[in-house]
Write a protein of this length. Structure first.
Length: 352
């Protein structure tokens, strides 16, 4: 009887230890003491962000992190609710890509009050402090698109700019830089700006209207590949989806560098893109969170991965990763060098 009692006591002790271990994992420690990091995916309706989603768990595993993930679906209210979910899960760090860069400030303040490091990807909050912003120079995106189109059009004609969301720092940066470059370098080109809120259907509708009202349009600047499918469809309907040597060709520049864009460039359906590094966004966002949890601090200056950290304001540093112009011939346009669309260094050629 005493032996049975002893066995029961031992079993209870083991169960208690297992329960304690489970509680520890829920409070932020994971198998092998891997830090738990919350990652909010901003949307899953574009090829670029779906690529980021595929890269994230791979790099999380390589960096020794356990990830808790949510998807805010381009809705800042959902992102704020997802932050509360992360807090209830006891995460030690957070990666997010807020599409509304003004409205996220209260959630950032809440995370800062709990000393939870936050890294934002692709977008920079308008206010509030974060450990690091991982993005590329989005003003350069607009400038590179302008220089390419300005060169191709010989400084004359009309172009449509399919803007993203102007509630996002990315939409504002790309729009302002494109307009400033056109005004300064190509004053003979008229720019028709169309707000689309990163919505492909809206972009296609507005482009169709513009091409009907302005048959002299010879260029399109899409601020993201969200507009790619609709733009090609509209050009095809208008009989304008022709090769770059055809006088009816409309020159199209995008921003993202997804595999489909690179194939379209090679096929002569669009002409250029600026390659956002979806792989490096995932890698370095998670790397900065891991390093912050280990007590590492960061400062402006060159990095060990061919980029530069800049201080954009007090409490906010930004690692500006490389984002090259990509063209069919790899030429230089308006002083801007480019890579060929089949260059193996581009993540879009290695995303399978």
């Amino acid at each position: 009887m005493r032996n049975l009692t002893s066995l029961r006591a031992a079993a209870c002790a083991v169960a208690a230890l297992l329960l304690i271990g489970a509680c520890n994992r829920d409070s932020g420690a994971a198998d092998g003491d891997r830090p738990v990091v919350g990652v909010d995916y901003p949307r899953s309706d574009t090829d670029f962000w779906n690529s980021f989603i595929r890269y994230t768990p791979r790099f999380g595993d390589e960096l020794g992190l356990t990830l808790k993930t949510t998807n805010s679906q381009n809705d800042v209210a959902k992102l704020t609710a997802n932050v509360q979910t992360f807090l209830s899960q006891g995460v030690k760090g957070v990666v997010m890509a807020p599409q509304d860069t003004a409205a996220i400030a209260p959630a950032l303040d809440q995370l800062a009050a709990r000393k939870i490091p936050v890294v934002t990807v692709d977008t920079r909050p308008d206010s509030g402090s974060v450990t690091m912003v991982v993005r590329a120079d989005n003003r350069a995106y607009g400038t590179k698109a302008c220089q390419f189109l300005g060169t191709k059009l010989g400084g004359k004609g009309t172009v449509v700019m399919l803007q993203g969301g102007l509630d996002s720092i990315n939409g504002r940066d790309r729009t302002e830089a494109f307009n400033e470059c056109m005004t300064t370098s190509y004053p003979g080109i008229e720019v028709i700006g169309e707000a689309t809120n990163w919505d492909g259907a809206i972009a296609a509708q507005k482009l169709q209207t513009d091409l009907t009202a302005h048959p002299d349009i010879k260029g399109v600047y899409m601020q993201s590949s969200f507009a790619l499918s609709g733009t090609l469809q509209v050009l095809k309907q208008k009989g304008l989806l022709v090769g770059p040597d055809d006088p009816a060709h409309v020159f199209v520049v995008s921003n993202d560098g997804i595999p489909e864009e690179l194939k379209n460039i090679a096929a002569g359906q669009i002409d250029a893109t600026v390659s956002q590094p979806a792989d490096l966004y995932a890698q370095y966002a998670l790397s900065y969170v891991r390093d912050a949890l280990a007590g590492k601090t960061f400062a402006p200056g060159p990095t060990d991965h061919d980029s530069t950290i800049i201080q954009v304001r007090d409490g906010v540093l930004e690692d500006q990763l490389s984002a090259p112009l990509v063209t069919r011939d790899g030429g230089t346009y308006g002083g801007v060098p480019s890579l060929r669309s089949d260059d193996k260094s581009l993540w879009g050629n290695n995303a399978g």
